[in-house]
Write a protein that binds this ligand. Structure first.
Ligand code: HSE
Length: 432
């Protein structure tokens, strides 16, 4: 007889609904040929009265998450409420009771992942989190399994669907930032608090998880330099396009000798590259492994069904492991490389895009060039745009590589010039 694997779902938001649809609607298909019978036996949410557009048997709904966590028949708990508490308490208690947990909770993992993995390890259970990064792209499985023979040297990721959607709509439809965000929210891509998306923090949390899985380093999200897309204007997108670049919010990790670069910020990347062509809510990860070389992965990085797809992959793998009677105490994740430290942002070298807003008069460009030269920053190209209202004009300068420290000093000095009429726009460039 087939073994029953009972599953409980905590959190019936956008993703929870997708998971319930798959677990209830494809129950037979999901269990077929696998030696187990998967059953969604309980769903907990603080609100079980609002209609969700899906038929749910009333008897499986509860407002009490402990009816799942403390039910000895349930072996897999899916946590989809997000945030730190009460998610952390729920997960810890489920793991301590010998249950495996599947979560999409990047905020929690990026802060408490090490602790939770250790508790899972001690209790001989699994903590899986494929859905926490890049939704539908199985990037964690790719790194852990398909690329296991590699040392990952470099990673570029478009890891946030909402910001990629906003930047795409600003570039292609000339939507305003606000309109594009409202549409991303309607489509269910954005976090409950969309400032997490816009500020880059969501992408930094995901990068912290990828750093742990791909580079074996445990880097708290606070140590990842993070800048959002708030300051990006349609004008920058337009000038970047003229210069042969697209603007993307990129998560970047590079392995150096003793250091690792870990940063999230908007960048100019050359048009025509695979990453520049990633549009809307799609995500992409470009990985360079020392054996395999560079590979690019692409897919939907946000939304109900792509994220539910990743959750189900974890649930099935855990159920399968139970059936195959694998040792549940096997190592889930390798030990960390303690010797790798994050390279301080001040030491990071990139080329730059600067947009200066200046008075149109003789000598201004020479003055700016002098202050850049003082910090050893070499100019690659200059464009002066047409005259604008109020007498100030934009000057766009692209530079060669320079250290962040030097760039900040030069820009501070330039912003103090009386002929400079607004803070200078600075966007880093990455020749992906
Ligand atoms: N808010 C996230 C995004 C959802 O826009 O990418 C997926 O984690």
């Amino acid at each position: 007889m087939k073994r029953k694997v009972q599953v409980g779902l905590i959190g019936l938001g956008t993703i929870g609904r997708g998971v319930a649809k798959l677990l209830l609607g494809r129950q037979k298909e999901l269990s077929y040929g696998r030696g187990f019978d998967l059953q969604l036996v309980r769903i907990a949410d603080v609100d079980i009265t609002t209609p969700r557009g899906i038929d749910l048997p009333a008897e499986i709904l509860t407002t009490d998450a402990y009816q799942i966590i403390d039910d000895s028949n349930i072996s897999i708990v899916i946590e989809l409420i997000g945030g730190i508490e009460p998610a952390r308490t729920y997960i810890l208690r489920a793991l301590e009771q010998g249950k495996s947990v599947v979560t999409a909770n990047k905020a929690l993992l990026s802060q408490h992942g090490e602790e939770l993995l250790q508790v899972a390890q001690r209790n001989g259970t699994y903590l899986y989190f494929e859905a926490s990064v890049c939704a539908g792209i199985p990037i964690i499985r790719i790194i852990r399994e398909g690329l296991v023979a590699n040392r990952i040297q470099k990673l570029y990721g478009i890891l946030n669907g909402t910001t990629n959607y906003i930047l795409t709509k600003m570039a292609e439809e000339e939507s305003s930032f606000k309109e594009a965000l409202a549409r991303a929210q309607q489509k269910g891509y954005a976090e409950a608090d969309p400032t997490l998306d816009i500020s880059g923090l969501d992408a930094a949390q995901k990068l912290s998880i990828l750093l742990r899985v791909g580079f074996n380093v445990s880097i708290p999200v606070e140590d990842i330099f993070c800048e959002g897309i708030e300051k990006i204007t349609s004008r920058d997108i337009e000038y970047a396009r003229e210069l042969g670049y697209a603007i993307k919010l990129l998560a970047i990790a590079k392995r150096l000798d003793r250091f690792i670069e870990a940063r999230v910020h908007p960048v100019l990347i050359p048009s025509g590259t695979l990453l520049a062509d990633v549009k809307d809510e799609f995500n992409s990860v470009e990985l360079t492994g020392d054996s395999v070389g560079t590979q690019v992965f692409y897919g939907k990085g946000a939304g109900e069904m792509p994220t539910a797809s990743a959750v189900l992959a974890d649930v099935i793998e855990i159920a399968q492991k139970g059936v195959q009677n694998f040792s549940l105490a096997e190592n889930q994740i390798s030990p960390t490389n303690e010797y790798l430290e994050v390279l301080p942002m001040q030491e990071v070298k990139t080329p730059y895009y600067f947009r200066f807003t200046v008075v149109d008069q003789p000598g201004v460009l020479a003055e700016i060039a002098r202050l850049l030269a003082n910090e050893d920053i070499s100019i690659a190209s200059v464009i002066q745009k047409e005259r604008h209202q109020g007498g100030s004009v934009p000057i766009v300068i692209m530079t060669h590589q320079a250290k962040e420290k030097a760039m900040r000093k030069a820009i501070d000095n330039i912003n103090k010039l009386p002929v400079v009429k607004a803070p200078t726009q600075v966007i880093r460039v990455e020749e992906v």
